[in-house]
Design a protein around this ligand. Structure first.
Ligand code: DX5
Ligand code: ZN
Length: 232
């Protein structure tokens, strides 16, 4: 995957039909998704439980684009190898999930997959400054992680601007996750984000039998973000 700052839309399959992941993944990709975002939750770091490595391995053959695995688990390090072997193209880990984010990012890189660092809404931009050179992406949470369908937290916009400035011309993506809609996407795109995760805003109103709705939802987010990126 070559690096660029064009807008990428990464639907979160947390909002998909849980009885139908293969078809849902194929539907969102056919409808224009650039990446597929997989939310891994442990009922400990966040108050919800989702996908273990065998589930991620089952998604893998359906993903033709890029599988971005967001680990909301603590500890992280004992599970990195299993998620890499399950087929993640990128693994992101929270700076709040343990005392050694530098070691965690080294461990992700050692698996030969791309590495991202994640910040919760309550964590300042400076928390990632010293690990940027180990990262392919910084993920800025604009909700408290654990659930889809929450309201966008606006302090993420200024944080995006700060991290974009810190990154300078290094090839590091900025991803936004939580409450992304056609209304909020332009705010973060103008501030420097290039990858937008969206769960409810992509899946709402559609289904595998009516996938054109996914396409329209993805287009609405992309158009709003691209317009703001170009104007910035
Ligand atoms: C939240 C997850 C998100 C979530 C986004 O813990 O990391 O990826 O699915 O959902 P929406 O887009 O509905 O806020
Ligand atoms: Zn996520």
């Amino acid at each position: 995957m070559s690096f660029d700052r064009s807008i990428k839309i990464a639907p979160s399959i947390l909002s998909a039909d849980f009885a139908n992941f293969g078809q849902e993944i194929r539907a969102i990709e056919a409808q224009g998704a650039d990446w597929v975002h997989v939310d891994v939750m442990d009922g400990h770091f966040v108050p919800n439980l989702t996908f273990g490595p065998p589930a991620v391995k089952a998604f893998r053959p359906h993903v033709k684009t890029f599988m971005d695995v967001h680990l909301m688990i603590a500890p992280v390090d004992p599970y990195i190898e299993a998620y890499a072997e399950a087929g993640a193209d990128m693994i992101t880990a929270h700076v709040e999930a343990g005392p050694h984010i530098h070691r965690t990012l080294q461990a992700i890189k050692a698996q030969g997959v791309k590495a991202g660092v994640v910040l919760n809404p309550g964590t300042p931009a400076e928390a990632v400054e010293d690990v940027l050179d180990l990262c392919d992406m910084v993920l800025i949470m604009t909700v408290n992680p654990g659930f889809g369908g929450q309201k966008f937290i606006h302090s993420g916009v200024e944080k995006t601007r700060k991290i974009r400035a810190m990154i300078g011309d290094r090839p590091i993506h900025i991803q936004i996750d939580g409450g992304v809609t056609p209304e909020t996407a332009p705010l973060v795109a103008a501030a420097g984000a290039d990858c937008l995760v969206a769960g409810s805003a992509v899946f709402k109103g559609g289904s595998v039998d009516n996938p054109e709705v996914y396409g329209a939802n993805i287009r609405a987010i992309r158009d709003a973000a691209e317009g703001a990126q170009q104007a910035a």
